[in-house]
Design a protein around this ligand. Structure first.
Ligand code: ZN
Length: 301
């Protein structure tokens, strides 16, 4: 995980240098705002490294469930940073609409910016595959941020290239506004995902179906499951449930049965933490009451 973040941090410094070079040659405000957007990448990547270091810590007495939710702060902050950068680009574009001015040495600037964009695209695709493998929202946030940066650059390159060809000074700011709109969408999705994580949203339907499949195998005349609840914190997935068994069973027999279910669940779903409360048939714990809550896709009976 850290290898991905260190590489993205190093790449971001190179990309900023190239984009500042493009601005220096052309005097294009589009290239300058593009470079500023990459600066946000560096801040975000540094912050993500810090958060991953915190999330990786083992549980301690102050945080007995671990520190995995730290990831959500990172992705929420990145979403906000992307949004702010997009608004900055839009403001700059509006300013250029009102006060058009020409750009110089466009081919040199485009070449530098295109090279920076190719670096970003390569790093982003590499990080996205890593994020899928590691199920990391931090890596995914960073990769999506880089992809948003690629879109910004493509828009800026096209806009700036067409200005000397057509003489349309308004084209550059219009492209900038369209690209900023796309980036705001990316930012919104990142913030929404972080909120889902912090609000203990249940696991995706595929994971819940997998839990159902396992419980189906152990469900019979004697054994019944209810109050099945799932949540996710960073890379870890949690399920808790009641396991109702005949009141006359010995505690040893019930515990043996419970252990089998726990083992099957953690074997089928990687990184799952299962909490199974044993109860006799017809009895419920005080907290959960007699009527199980309607849980999305959760098995009952
Ligand atoms: Zn129950």
């Amino acid at each position: 995980m850290r290898r991905y973040l260190y590489v993205s941090l190093a790449a971001a410094f190179g990309v900023i240098a190239l984009k500042l070079g493009a601005w220096h040659f052309t005097g294009s405000v589009g290239f300058l705002s593009d470079a500023l957007e990459s600066l946000v990448n560096v801040v975000a990547a540094a912050f993500a490294l810090l958060m991953v270091a915190i999330a990786g810590r083992p549980p301690d007495s102050d945080h007995p469930y671990g520190h995995t939710k730290a990831e959500y702060f990172s992705s929420a902050l990145e979403g906000l940073l992307i949004g702010v950068a997009a608004l900055g680009i839009a403001a700059e574009a509006v300013h250029r609409l009102l006060q058009p001015h020409p750009v110089h040495a466009v081919p040199a600037g485009v070449a530098l910016n295109a090279l920076a964009t190719l670096i970003n695209l390569g790093v982003a695709r590499w990080m996205l595959s890593g994020a899928r493998r590691l199920r990391s929202i931090v890596l995914e946030a960073d990769a999506r941020h880089l992809l948003a940066d690629v879109w910004t650059s493509v828009g800026v390159i096209v806009g700036v290239s067409l200005v000397p060809l057509t003489g349309w000074l308004w084209l550059d700011p219009i492209v900038g506004i369209v690209v900023a709109g796309h980036i705001v969408g990316e930012a919104w999705r990142l913030v929404a995902r972080s909120v889902d994580g912090l609000m203990d949203r249940s696991l995706p339907d595929a994971d819940i179906a997998e839990v159902n499949l396992v419980l189906q195998r152990y469900r019979n005349v004697d054994v019944r499951f209810d109050h099945v609840r799932t949540r996710r914190a960073g890379t870890r997935r949690f399920v808790s449930m009641h396991m109702h068994m005949p009141a006359h069973w010995s505690l040893g027999r019930a515990a043996h049965c419970r252990l089998q279910v726990e083992r099957a669940l953690t074997e089928h779903i990687a990184g799952l933490v299962a909490t199974i409360e044993m109860l006799p048939q017809g009895e419920e714990s005080l907290l959960d009451g007699a009527n199980p809550p309607a849980t999305r896709g959760a098995p009952e009976g």
